[in-house]
Design a protein. Structure first.
Length: 280
């Protein structure tokens, strides 16, 4: 059983020294054939992931309301009286963000997309699915006009990108952000959370020395050859990505967690990156 302890301070310097050394020593890329295959078949690989794990892998993301005020539910006599908001969730998976938010926010309408057809089927077949309050659809956000065909231009108040950009090849990060921007109203906000450099998961990839596709980009080894990708961001890189593609940076920080595996009696440092970006 795993437990998560929130920490407000960063890990000690020994963590970063160890991480930097291990990551620097992992300088061998997997063969180009496999690099191209993993990138080209990203959607297929996630579909295989959901075929194997169905709706059982990820927990519901109730924590997002604590991290982002924009998603906090309205309580008491004002519940249901707040101004209606339209949200786009990129990378909705099987609804672990979607359904808790619809339940907590009665006046919210959500466009929810994923490039796994199987994941979208799970959403539509859920008992919690309400077609009057959400529109789930299959979409690869790296493709031009794929989002606006379903959502329209400048229709959305808030877009969430939570552990989604890391699953996309870095050469497609900028265009993905541009396509999200096209759906947002002027002044609309992207809520972002993903993996950060020197996270324990990156250290684990580097130790194996058989997972690296590019700097900070790895393929998960448990399901090779049908592997899903994982990219690790720095704050400077992420700020540049958004500010160069139509946004200003409102907040941006590293988030630190300590995860304890009680069965193995070990604690590891998890590092995430979190921010808000406002469309100009």
């Amino acid at each position: 059983m795993n437990g998560v302890l929130e920490r407000k301070q960063r890990p000690g310097e020994e963590h970063f020294e160890r991480a930097e050394k291990i990551i620097a020593e992992d300088n061998t890329l997997i063969p180009p054939f496999w690099i191209n295959k993993y990138k080209k078949e990203a959607a297929r690989n996630w579909d295989i992931f959901y075929k194997r794990n169905q709706t059982k892998f990820f927990r519901d993301r109730h924590w997002v309301a604590k991290e982002f005020d924009e998603l906090a539910p309205i309580e008491g006599q004002d519940r249901g009286q707040d101004k209606a908001k339209v949200l786009l969730e990129a990378g909705c998976g099987v609804g672990n963000f979607l359904f808790p938010r619809l339940e907590a926010n009665p006046n919210m309408y959500i466009f929810a997309c994923d490039f796994s057809p199987r994941a979208i089927d799970f959403v539509k077949n859920s008992e919690a699915f309400d077609p009057l309050r959400c529109k789930p659809f299959v979409c690869d956000i790296t493709h031009e006009d794929a989002l606006t065909k379903e959502v329209g231009k400048e229709m959305v108040d808030i877009a969430s990108m939570i552990f989604v950009l890391s699953a996309i090849a870095p050469e497609n990060h900028a265009k993905s952000i541009q396509h999200i921007a096209s759906t947002l109203k002027p002044g609309g906000t992207v809520l972002f959370r993903d993996y950060a450099v020197f996270d324990e998961a990156q250290i684990r990839f580097s130790k194996k020395k058989e997972s690296k596709l590019a700097d900070n980009l790895y393929v998960r080894g448990d399901d090779i050859p049908a592997g899903t990708m994982s990219y690790f961001f720095s704050t400077q890189e992420l700020e540049d990505l958004f500010t160069n593609n139509g946004f200003t940076c409102a907040t941006l920080e590293y988030v630190y967690r300590e995860t304890t595996n009680r069965a193995e009696d070990i604690a590891v440092d998890r590092i995430y990156i979190q921010g808000r970006f406002v469309k100009t």
